[in-house]
Write a protein that binds this ligand. Structure first.
Ligand SMILES: Cc1cc2nc3c(=O)[nH]c(=O)nc-3n(C[C@H](O)[C@H](O)[C@H](O)COP(=O)(O)OP(=O)(O)OC[C@H]3O[C@@H](n4cnc5c(N)ncnc54)[C@H](O)[C@@H]3O)c2cc1C
Length: 307
């Protein structure tokens, strides 16, 4: 069955799922680049997402998952046949008996941290300024200021796309490392996660969040679109320092620029395309390698065009 027919059938079978057709991904990614994909589907809840995935699997289609779009960039052209699935509407959060926090994949990490604060729970202060979702955060093991999600995750529930089964695994089985988890292999959709925090002092938690967010505003180019840190931290070094030492601050290709404020970020100064970003990532990587003999690995995920 071709995608056009499939879309008509999805509309009839799952009327609660919003389908945005030929949707420009620049509207959904924080770097603000990316051309149209065939469909961006927005299931309203987990049950609808699971049903849609089962249906897609039966028709041989693997969807691409989108959280908050703060670490991913789509191609300018060539993704016209891509089926993208957003977890954006899945934003439930609750306190379990015993005090653990349960959150569904689409919940923004800032909201998760705010709920922890409301309940005087400490442990998620570091995450309050990370603009991703719970799902994207788990997949990337997002972290900042000495904290990482793996420090507070108890378990992760996910859908196995190969057979439609749902599993819950402990954090110890997630292969968490620096910006790494087993979910990066693909083939699964993170549905929700459980977090274990400690009782704390509400004023102290609020003060720590305020301080960390102020540090972000002081250091990071938050006034311009970006996808966060462009490169992973190479062991024993800081990517931003290496890039700055190589004289690359301010270097630009098209509308993509190595931020003047923080060399670890590549910002969109206007009409940057994904191709501008890709070329600039390559230029920075090659120049740092030439001068420092250290090979930088991108942290931002560039979705490949569909062949
Ligand atoms: C200004 C700025 C500051 C940032 N600061 C930080 C920081 O301090 N620390 C940090 O770690 N990161 C930071 N980031 C990067 C980003 O916010 C994190 O990597 C975040 O975890 C990505 O979450 P997301 O929901 O936006 O994921 P997306 O960008 O939507 O997706 C990222 C990857 O996760 C996959 N994915 C998303 N949801 C799911 C799911 N439910 N199941 C399976 N796969 C899924 C996607 O397919 C994609 O491969 C920053 C970004 C920006 C723009």
């Amino acid at each position: 069955m071709n995608l056009d027919k499939l879309i008509i059938e999805i509309k009839q079978t799952y009327p609660t799922i919003t389908l945005l057709e030929n949707e420009p991904m620049k509207n959904h990614c924080s770097f603000r680049s990316g051309g149209p994909v065939r469909v961006l589907a927005l299931p309203p809840d987990e049950a609808a997402l699971v049903n849609l995935c089962t249906f897609l699997q039966q028709h041989g289609i693997t969807p691409y998952l989108l959280g908050n779009g703060t670490n991913v960039v789509f191609p300018d052209d060539g993704a016209e046949n891509l089926f993208v699935l957003s977890t954006g509407a899945m934003q439930e959060v609750s306190i379990l008996q015993g005090g653990d926090l349960w959150a569904s994949a689409g919940l923004p990490l800032s909201r998760l941290a705010a709920v922890a604060l409301e309940h005087s729970l400490t442990g998620l202060e570091f995450a309050s300024g990370i603009p991703g979702s719970v799902g994207g955060g788990v997949l990337m093991n997002a972290g900042a200021y000495g904290g990482e999600l793996k420090d507070v995750i108890v378990s992760v529930r996910y859908l196995d796309l190969a057979d439609g089964t749902i599993h819950e695994i402990p954090a110890s089985a997630c292969d968490f490392g620096y910006r790494r988890s087993c979910f990066q292999k693909g083939g699964s959709i993170i549905l929700s996660a459980v977090f274990r925090l400690s009782p704390g002092n509400r004023e102290e938690i609020a003060a720590r969040m305020k301080d960390l967010n102020q540090r972000r505003r002081d250091k990071q180019p938050l006034d311009l679109p970006s996808a966060g840190s462009a490169f992973r931290r190479p062991e024993g070094y800081f990517a931003a320092a290496l890039i700055e030492e190589c004289g690359l601050k301010g270097t630009s290709i098209g509308g993509a620029q190595v931020s003047e404020k923080h060399a670890g970020f590549i910002v969109n100064t206007g009409n940057a395309t994904t191709e501008d970003l890709r070329l600039l990532l390559n230029l920075v990587r090659d120049e740092v390698y030439k001068q420092k003999h250290i090979l930088l690995q991108p942290e931002v995920i560039l979705v490949s065009p569909v062949s």
